[in-house]
Structures are given as C-alpha cells and as structure tokens.
Design a protein around this ligand. Structure first.
Ligand code: PAF
Length: 282
C-alpha cells in the first residue's frame, strides 16, 4: 500500500490507474471501516482510503482534540484489507489556508436530526468530502465513493450533494457492522467504560422496539417516539432524538397516510459523555 500525505503526491500516484473506489475516514479504524474497504475493492480499479480528522465538522466543545489518532495501526489494517493507496494529509496539506469557502447543504436535509444537535456539522462534512473527491477523482474524472449506513443522514446528504453538483461519483452505501450484542461499531465506542459498554446496545434495542411498535400498533408516531425516549432515559441515557422518518428525505411520515418511501428509525443519545448514533431501516 502506498501512503501519501500531499494532494500533489496523491494525484501523481493515481494518474493512469483508472477509476478509484474511495473510502473517506477519520481513522481509528474498526471492522466497520474495513468492511467499507472490502466493498470498495469490488467497485473500482484502485482502492483508496483517506484518514483525516476534519476540524470543520466538530463544534468547539466536541472531541476534535481527543479524537483517537492511530495512524500506524490503521495503516496495518488497511494494508491487510488490500487497500492500494492511503491518503493521510496533515492539516496544512488539506487546509493550507483557513478553509473560507464552504459548502452549504440543503437545510431541509442537513439542519434536522444530527444537523440540529450539531449545527454546522454537515457543512464541515460536505466541504471536506467535496475537497477529498477533488483530490481523489481529479486524475480519473470520476469513480466510486463508499460510505457507511451507520451515518445514515451523512450518506443521504452526500448523495444529494453529488446529485446537485453533478459530480461524476457513484455513491455506495454499506450496511452497518455490529458487535455480537447489536452495538453498531464506532470509533467513539472506545470512550465507553466497561460498564457503559455493557449497556450500550440499549440504543439499538430502542430503535428495534420503536420499529416493532410502528409496524404492529396504531399508536400515533409522536407518542411512540416519546415512549422510546423515556425508556432510554430510564436506562440512564440522555437521548437527543429517537424518531422514525422516510428513508429518502428523512421527513416524518404523514400521519395516517402511506409513507412515500420505506422507513428508518434513527437515534442519537449520550451515555455518560459519549454520544452514539444508530439507525434501523424497516
Ligand atoms: O464519516 C466520517 O468518518 C467523516 O464524516 C468523513 C466522511 C470521513 C468526513 O470527514
């Protein structure tokens, strides 16, 4: 695996190597990321991953400084999965000047749920992903971007960005990898104490409960969502949201009407100081 740090070196490395299949990450790789790399290998001529902890998508009080940076171990994992090229820019390589041009995603999609609780998050994500796409696909004129469904709203926002800017990038969404007890794999799971880890599957369990109730009862959705929040709170969590939305636009399904698309239950909640997100399509 070739490891490059600068945009110029990346472009030189990728020149003449066909269409990249690209997995952007912030590092501290776990089996979820590695599953994205395995998917990418079937989708392009050259498999590219990036590791960059993107300051633009963190709020001032969030964990940018403490976000685990484990480059050496990450390289070994990527190499073992057959990744061809790792782009690991340092901050001045990707942001040589402060990034004053930023992408403004559609508020209808990006200011709800995660965007409501983390204002500016999707501006930061879209800005860096657009820039990474320019670096990775510049030489080939296009390729494939591979993203996990655990960040469900992020995947949707990126799909819309690609569509609206007519980017020559096909976006592939990959199912969430889970631990044996159902907990979605996430770099932030590393922040959990042993006791918290034992309780952590409760978030997914509440999404399962919510999906089952929506399928099997006639209760109004708002009531079911409030009950799911109460159930999680009673277990010592601080939920931001537990909600059921239409999969294609993340709008609430209209009461009593058939939803315009299949549904997804989405949740975000804090266990101690660790904020976890998860979702369940149904
Ligand atoms: O999902 C992530 O790890 C990040 O949001 C991404 C897509 C790498 C952009 O920094």
């Amino acid at each position: 695996m070739q490891i490059v740090h600068t945009v110029e070196a990346l472009r030189q490395t990728l020149a003449g190597r066909g269409r990249p299949a690209f997995v952007p990450t912030m590092g501290n790789l776990h089996d979820g990321h590695l599953s994205l790399v395995r998917h990418a290998r079937g989708h392009g001529d050259v498999t590219v991953a990036s590791i960059f902890v993107n300051r633009l998508q963190f709020l001032p009080h969030e964990d940018f400084d403490s976000y685990p940076r484990t480059l050496e171990a990450d390289c070994a994992k990527l190499q073992a999965q057959g990744c061809d090229v790792l782009f690991a820019p340092r901050e001045p390589d990707l942001y040589p000047q402060p990034q004053t041009f930023k992408l403004q995603p559609d508020p209808a999609l990006a200011d709800i749920l995660e965007g409501h609780f983390r204002p500016g998050f999707f501006t930061g994500v879209c800005t860096v992903v657009m820039k990474l796409f320019a670096c990775v696909f510049g030489a080939s004129g296009g390729g494939v971007g591979v993203f996990g469904k655990k960040d469900y709203q992020q995947l949707l926002v990126i799909r819309h960005m690609v569509q609206q800017f007519a980017l020559p990038v096909q976006i592939v969404g990959v199912d969430t990898e889970r631990a044996g007890d159902g907990l979605a794999l996430s770099s932030r799971n590393a922040y959990l104490s042993a006791e918290q880890r034992a309780q952590a599957r409760a978030l997914y369990a509440q999404l399962e409960w919510l999906a089952t109730q929506v399928r099997q009862t006639q209760q109004p959705l708002a009531q079911l969502e409030a009950q799911a929040m109460e159930r999680l709170t009673a277990l010592g969590w601080q939920p931001d949201y537990l909600t059921v939305r239409q999969r294609d636009d993340l709008l609430p399904p209209a009461a009593g009407a058939a939803p315009s698309s299949p549904l997804v239950a989405l949740g975000a909640a804090r266990l101690g100081s660790t904020r976890l997100i998860d979702n369940l399509e149904f």
